[in-house]
Design a protein around this ligand. Structure first.
Ligand code: HEM
Length: 138
């Protein structure tokens, strides 16, 4: 995981007032309208929480224990919200689309690769926190 590239590229696109994550939700709801009703809190608050979470992950890339514990617990909460595995792919795609749009010419294919790898790892750690499927559950 290229920590320097991740933090440098994040600082390139991390706009004031949660602009990156606000744009992310616009793209997500445009491309995947079916997930929009899952969000009941309102996009502004959600965008702020997502930004905080992404920054915390980048700050802890050298701390596997923190990542496993924090993302596992976050995954457990997402399981309860009904978030399924394919939705993580949609979220990664739309986050990188927002980053690349905001970064413009300064956004590089290497940055896309670094974020694809990082968001795939985040998704695996969140999914690892999902409870075991109960017998007879659909
Ligand atoms: C990169 C992976 C993700 C991160 C870092 C993330 C982060 C967060 C955070 C920080 C919260 C606030 C509540 C909490 O801490 O549990 C949250 C809530 C939520 N997330 Fe995620 N999330 C991710 C992936 C997803 C995916 C794939 C979906 C499905 C579309 C999703 C849907 C939701 C919903 C529905 C809520 C609750 C919103 C509400 O109450 O209005 N998240 N997420």
């Amino acid at each position: 995981m290229d920590k320097d590239l991740l933090s440098h590229s994040l600082s390139l696109v991390d706009l004031p007032d949660d602009g990156l994550t606000v744009r992310f939700y616009d793209i997500l709801f445009e491309r995947y309208p079916a997930v929009q009703p899952m969000f009941t809190r309102g996009t502004r608050l959600q965008a702020s929480m997502l930004r905080t979470a992404v920054i915390a992950v980048v700050d802890h890339l050298d701390d596997p224990e923190w990542l496993t514990t924090t993302l596992g617990a976050m995954g457990r909460r997402h399981a309860a919200l009904g978030v399924t595995e394919p939705m993580y792919g949609a979220v990664a795609e739309c986050m990188i689309a927002a980053m690349s749009e905001i970064g413009g010419q300064d956004w590089s294919p290497e940055m896309t690769d670094a974020w694809t790898e990082a968001l795939t790892a985040v998704a695996s750690l969140m999914l690892a926190g999902y409870p075991e499927e109960e017998e007879g559950a659909a």
